[in-house]
Each structure stands twice: as C-alpha cells, then as structure tokens.
Design a protein around this ligand. Sequence first.
Ligand code: ADP
Ligand code: MG
Length: 369
Amino acid sequence: MKVILQNLTKKFPNRNKRIREDVVAVNNFNLEIPDGKLIGLLGPSGCGKSTALNLLCGLVKPTEGKIFFDDDDVTNLPAENRGVGMVFQNYALYPHLTVKQNITFPLENLKGKEKLSKEQMQQKAYEVAKLVQIDELMERKPSELSGGQQQRVAIARALVKMPRILLMDEPLSNLDARLRLQTREEIRRIQKETGITTVFVTHDQEEAMSISDMIVVMKEGVIHQIGKPQEVYDNPINLFVAKFLGTPPINVFAGRVKEQRLYIGDEAILTVKDVPDQEVYVGIRPEGFLLKKDGPLSCALEEVEVMGRDITVVSTHNACHNEAHTIRSIISAENIKDISSATVQFAVKPGKIHIFNKETEERIYFTID
Ligand code: ADP
Ligand code: MG
C-alpha cells in the first residue's frame, strides 16, 4: 500500500513551561512512500522521527495536513482501524504471557465477522512465528528469551493481523552490535517476503543506509532529502546531509572559490567551473583522497591505522573544520609505502568533493573540465 503525507505538521506545547512557543516536531512533511518498499526515516535524536511515526499509526493527531493510505484519507481514522503494525525499541511484550499468547494477543479482540476461532489464531501465530524464526520458542516467557528473540516476537505480534503498513521505531537500539546486524538483515528479509510497506526509524545512518530502499533524512522536524541511500550519499543537497551520512564522516574544510579555482588555505586543489567567487565549505569524503607526491593538498601526518585491505591516514590541516579536528582519509593498503614523511600530499577525486555556501550551507554545484 502506498502512503502519502500531505503538508503534515505536528506542534506540541513546549515541555519547558517557561517557553511559550510550541515545539514543531513535524514541520510540513510532504512524502510519498511507495507500495511494498522499506523506507528509512533518519535523523538525530529529537528531530521528530517518533512523532512522524505516531502520526502515521494514529497515536498522535496532526495539527495540520493529511495522511492517505492509497486513496483513503485516514487522517481522522482511529489507530485501531488503520491496519498498522507497530514495533518499538523496548519490545513492549507482556511478561506474564508466553510467546504464543503475546503473538495471538492482537487477534483476541477481533469482533463480528473478523472474529477468529482458537485454532485459527494458533494457525496464524505459527505462520508468523515461522516467518521470524521463533516457532520453536512458543511456550517460553519473554524473560527466557534473548533481546534479539524478544524483538522477533514483537515483530511477529505486529505482523499477525497482516497489517497494511509496518512501522518500526528504533527496533534495534536495545540490541548489542552483533545482534543488531543480524536482526537488521532479518527485518529486510521479512519485509521482502511479506512485501509490506515499512517505515523504519533510526538515528543510525549506517543502519538506515544498509536496509532501506529509500531514506528520508530529517532535522528539527523538516525533511532535508529523500532518495535512494547511495544517491543521497553521493549527492547530498546540503552540509547537514553530507555530514550525517557516512562513516568515517565527510571531512570539512573552510575554503574559497576564486577565479574558477577551489582553494583550501593557499592551495588550489581543483578547478571548478561556473561558481562565482565566494567563501565555501569544502567536503571531501574519506575515500576521496589519493596519496600523490606532488598532490596539491598538504596535511600534517598524525598516524596511520592499518585495517587489512585499507589504511586510514589520520592527519591535520589548519583549515580543517571537522568536529574531531583530524582528517581521516581511506587509502588502499598497497599505497602505504608512499607515506614516509611528516607531511602527506593528497590529490582529490572530483566526484568525492562537494562545496557548500558558507552561510546557507546549501550545496553549490560545479562542473569540472
Ligand atoms: P525523535 O523520535 O526523532 O527523537 P520525537 O518525535 O520524539 O523525536 O520528538 C520531536 C520533538 O518533539 C522533541 O523536541 C520532543 O521533545 C518533542 N515532543 C515529542 N512528543 C512530545 C509531547 N508529547 N509533548 C511535548 N513535546 C513533545
Ligand atoms: Mg524517537
């Protein structure tokens, strides 16, 4: 099912009573979620992700705007009638019920012609339990399961009514690193097998990039960019998006454009056509550096981290604007022999450089020769 958010806004009275202005948790969202896809809703903590999800499922009423499921306007439809499955960070399982009872719970209260017999409920519970691979744990209590297994139970419970849309709010945040990886692959598999339109909320860019068909990057209630993960990574529309995606993060320098040349400090690192002279931020992805004896960018070498296939060169530069104050560049391990002095010389790959207006932080597009 396709989902459309139209001019959707949610304001809350500020929790800090001394501040009279409302908090705009979701600010004029316009978004079309294609049928059968997994969308990663991504942004820093407090940017309005959970509010957006709660608007979709009907737990929160919008201040303005509309929500459509296919052609149905569901803006005023109560949560229980929307056919939405929810999964939360903390699983929210009933501790005194078995796995099977937790999964059948949403089926117990169906009324009228939807009412199911005990056998039908069991049948459905086993089907979804099999799908999420917990069918051997049906008689256990949640306390007898690992975190990853508990989250699978929560997913099974969200799926048992065959929802029209599945919403997951930071579902992996309570799991340790290994389980997080494994469970995110599981979620991708389950989503593909069921074909249910899914919105997956996370503050972890790597998580969103790795499983989403499309990511929506937001900040302070506002959608900044929508697109396929790789497209957004390669073509960020502003400095915020460029910095938010990628590990290690993009390296940012203060720079300027003068007479069609891009400078960092006194060094012209690239010819950029069609850009008026101005102060800019220069973003260079870690994989955008090449070690080159007569390369135009000179940095002071701090250390070299060897990681097998690649090495990370950690260096500094006066114009560096990174939060960590050091520049991380990733170089193929074969080139390690080229590092021999206290200064490293880099050439840069034009496709891995983005420049941004110093005031607005919007991307400035340039052409190269
Ligand atoms: P996220 O899930 O991205 O961390 P939230 O959607 O939970 O962000 O919150 C977005 C903003 O709205 C935050 O500033 C938060 O404090 C505020 N907020 C969320 N829910 C309420 C509420 N019920 N009352 C007041 N403010 C709220
Ligand atoms: Mg949240």
